[in-house]
Design a protein around this ligand. Structure first.
Ligand SMILES: [Mn+2]
Length: 338
């Protein structure tokens, strides 16, 4: 067991829960990214292989309470993912209200709010398991397995042996998607020797690293316009080497961009020479704000994001708040002063 592990269940015990469950729901966080979607698809196919190997049948569904990023159209299995609303309509038609699911598994979710409305399905489930890699994880399920590791994609690798299954090309591709998403294609310092060991196996199983990286890191023309806008109108606080940018709904409409076009903006800001910490804030349709912090070595953004009820990792963390951008800056400066 990794020393970075927290929770009350082992991967072997997770296998046992999966073995006995007849109906399994898998979910990931809202604003799903490559790690969330890559992990959930990898785990879906791993459970499928496990069922084949043991000659058992299960009803497994993936439900996500959000739109998928546009690049997911390049992955044919994205069609396996139920949108929460569609699932709920279907569910109301076909199920009795007290019908329960045996097992609800969340992947890559630091806290229960991150499930979105899929939390309703958790309530209808007999048992729940939380598999994640965020140090801010609140151990929000009946059973929790959290490892401080680069990505949920890498975390899932150990289940191949536990399930006693082969690494198929499909499983490898989705794990790889998760890993490169959360390591910024191996740029971040969450990459370890083990990350490369795992990836060597994934490449060995047939993953085309170039193709997957191109899919998730390519930029649309609209995104190029956003990049120009962000770099031009960023705010820099020289004292703290803090760079920030606030994107309003109005600006998003003007540029014709959707929220997934804004992925990676906080990293982009931190790339400016000399900066130690970056903050990208985006206005949601309901008027609330979503913030993402990135930092090099000087600060702990997991801690700073926690002032706003969020969290994540020491060098990358996020939050959602009803405060204004000015209030966020004020509180952040106060924290950086410490
Ligand atoms: Mn992740």
């Amino acid at each position: 067991m990794s020393k970075n592990y927290k929770g009350n269940i082992t991967p072997k015990e997770i296998e046992n829960e999966i073995k006995t469950a007849k109906s399994i729901i898998l979910t990931v966080h809202v604003n799903p990214d490559g790690d969330a979607l890559g992990s959930v698809l990898a785990f879906y196919f791993m459970i499928n292989e496990y069922c084949k190997k043991n000659n058992i049948e299960k009803d497994i569904k993936i439900i996500v309470d959000d739109k998928l990023p546009k690049y997911m159209r390049y992955f044919e299995d994205a069609k396996l993912i139920w949108n929460y609303e569609k699932f709920y309509d279907e569910f109301n038609k076909n199920f009795q209200n007290d019908e329960k699911f045996d097992l609800f598994i969340s992947l890559d979710c630091a806290n229960e709010e991150r499930y979105g409305r899929a939390v309703e399905i958790k309530k209808l489930s007999e048992k729940s398991i939380n598999i994640d890699h965020h140090i801010s994880n609140t151990e929000h399920a009946d059973f929790n397995y959290v490892e401080d590791i680069c990505s949920t994609g890498e975390l899932l690798y150990q289940f191949l042996e536990i399930f006693g299954i082969e690494l198929t090309k499909k499983i490898a591709e989705y794990m790889y998607l998760g890993i490169i998403n959360d390591t910024g294609n191996f740029r971040h310092d969450n990459v370890t020797e083990k990350t490369f060991l795992v990836c060597s196996k994934l490449i060995g199983a047939g993953v085309n690293n170039h193709e997957i990286a191109n899919i998730i890191f390519q930029v649309s023309e609209k995104k190029v316009e956003l990049i120009g806008e962000v770099y031009k109108n960023k705010k820099i606080n020289e004292k703290y080497k803090f760079v920030s940018y606030y994107l309003t709904q109005e600006k998003m409409k003007e540029l014709g961009i959707e929220k997934d076009d804004t992925d990676g903006t906080a990293e982009m800001l931190l790339r400016i020479e000399g900066m130690e910490i970056s903050l990208f804030v985006r206005e949601n349709i309901d008027g609330s704000l979503k913030g993402s912090f990135r930092t090099n070595d000087k600060y702990d953004v997991n801690k700073i994001a926690s002032i706003f009820g969020g969290g994540g990792h020491i060098k990358a963390a996020g939050f959602k708040t009803d405060l204004s951008f000015e209030e966020i800056l004020k509180k952040t400066y106060r924290e950086l002063e410490k």
